[in-house]
Ligand binder design. Sequence first.
Ligand code: NAD
Length: 428
Amino acid sequence: MPTRRSADSTDGEKLFETAVEQFDAAAELIGLPDNIRQILRSPKNEIIVNFPVELDDGELRVFRGYRVQHSDILGPYKGGLRFSPHVELDEVKALAMWMTWKTSLSNVPFGGAKGGIAFNPRNHSIGEIERIVRRFTHALGSNIGPEHDIPAPDIGSNAQAMVWMMDTYLNSGGNGDRQNTRRVVTGKTIETGGSVGRDKATGQGAAFVLAHHLEQVNRDPRGTTVAIQGFGNVGEHCARAMTHMGIRLTHVADHTGAITNDNGFDPEALWRHTSEAGGVGGYEYAEAIDVEEFFQAEVDILVPAAIENQITAARAPKIKASVVVEGANGPTSVEGEQILIDRGVEILPDVLANAGGVIVSYFEWLQNKMSARWQLNQVDDELRRYLWEAADGIEEEKKRLACTRREAAYAVALNRIGTVFEQRGIWP
Ligand code: NAD
């Protein structure tokens, strides 16, 4: 039964309700047995830690962190860690559930998890952020581990944060096998055991998924236009990869504003601006526009690569793009998606479009395990292969079940999980 939301539910509650609604619809479509539905509707573990950190001025503040482990039926829990003042338990539960579908769809041997610390890194010094990350890692203790639960960067966190986590875990005793402990996190810097191509993997992956789709519908990417919301890790690398395909980047938006330039932006120059200014707002080679104008832009492709719930029932009717590539997690509401589908807009869903990050995280984890180093072309080629295989599986299922692309993606993911549950049985 789909859950019903009350008028005063929080954004996190709504997000979790959306995640459960999407799951229920797909479970119904493939006839997933009821006992497996019951198991997958709730996360296995919900961990909340409160921990004190001394700030630069000597004041002591207690921070709250979360780690939700949704399912480990296919392998160790895997998922990002978000630093944002808006982080709350239900939001993390939704994101953890989506990770389970994503890892299954991508056919990497991981389960699904997500975590977060409720704070705004923009309001803290590097020293304070380091202490917050280290105390959080210490508080999690053995709830994470290289064969148990492997965090990675997400909104607000980055490679440096992962290195602090790894170092803290290692120095707290790790799992006793110090050299093998590096893979307790992925998305690290190259020097500390990260993989080449991991920083750009999610954005690059979204571009690979788009290229595959355009090829299938016989559409040349060259000369098409794109609007990207978010110019962080995903948005920036998506911009680079898509402009490399010959697509003109005419609109960009982030938390500091929305900008446009008909001639197209150079992602490298825009990145230099955002690194100094903290966002795209105020970029001199652009015209500033309103965020609603951004969503109504006359473009062929729209990439929401920032936060959840951006393509809503109010915005969806006005979107001009014919393809939406979901770089962010959960950027389209259930109602917004239905409107886009009715209008014939193709949606490349988040579980596929942003799976590049977790796929290359798997490559990083493998390289650490084997003490190996892959070349960039090997990482990119393998990433493309994994994503295109997943995309082909979705298209087949979409035809067979006559359903939406998101439902088809869930069907592929749930079938794989359902089979493993059936074969393993439910113990005792
Ligand atoms: P990030 O912190 O590097 O960048 C976030 C971007 O979103 C920034 O440009 C920020 O300005 C923008 N933003 C924040 N609030 C906004 C608002 N209210 N309106 C408009 N823009 C806003 O984060 P990221 O890693 O690029 O993650 C972006 C999305 O992609 C998230 O949904 C995340 O869960 C998802 N994702 C990330 C990865 C990864 O590997 N980093 C992998 C899969 C999915």
